[in-house]
Write a protein that binds this ligand. Sequence first.
Ligand SMILES: CC(C)(COP(=O)(O)OP(=O)(O)OC[C@H]1O[C@@H](n2cnc3c(N)ncnc32)[C@H](O)[C@@H]1OP(=O)(O)O)[C@@H](O)C(=O)NCCC(=O)NCCS
Length: 166
Amino acid sequence: MESAEKATAVLRAGGPADAVFVTDLARTAFSDYGEYDRVLPRWLGTRGVATVVAEEGGAPAGFAMLGMRTGLHLGRADAELLAVAVAARARRRGIGRALVREVIAIAERWRVRGVRLHTADTNLVAQRLFAGEGFLAEASRRGFYPNGQGAVAMRRAVERRRRARR
Ligand SMILES: CC(C)(COP(=O)(O)OP(=O)(O)OC[C@H]1O[C@@H](n2cnc3c(N)ncnc32)[C@H](O)[C@@H]1OP(=O)(O)O)[C@@H](O)C(=O)NCCC(=O)NCCS
């Protein structure tokens, strides 16, 4: 059977005006793990965090957040994919993958060495999405989430962008 129709989502930068959407989706997607519906909206528009929102028909359908820890680094640092979620009604149509790819493009612009992430060790759907975009499992972290679940740490190297020649 032909897989579900491909999404016609438009990606845009997210910001504080997306707080209600991010709160609601974080509640349904992540409440088993901890109070991410409180934490994630606070990061909207925070320095060092980039948010990408996917819209379908003018309504938000998903988001991803990439963060950069501030501080001094010896050499180039890694960025962290803090969260990616797609509304249940819009899943399986390529929006999650588009969000992950956009986050990787942002990481390239930030000139970081790689992107790290954690996802629940039972979340095989997410692990499959990330593996398909080049992330490799690096470690298991027992009790990683506030509610006690374990996580798998994954990482993907980021291509070094050449500066455009003038
Ligand atoms: C994980 C999530 C973001 C995927 O979003 P999505 O828009 O449905 O994903 P896509 O349609 O882009 O699918 C990309 C790949 O993910 C995998 N995948 C997605 N849904 C899947 C499912 N139900 N079963 C198996 N694999 C699945 C597949 O490898 C898929 O590639 P394919 O379509 O070529 O088989 C979404 O399921 C979600 O929001 N889950 C809850 C939050 C979460 O777990 N976030 C990740 C941890 S931070």
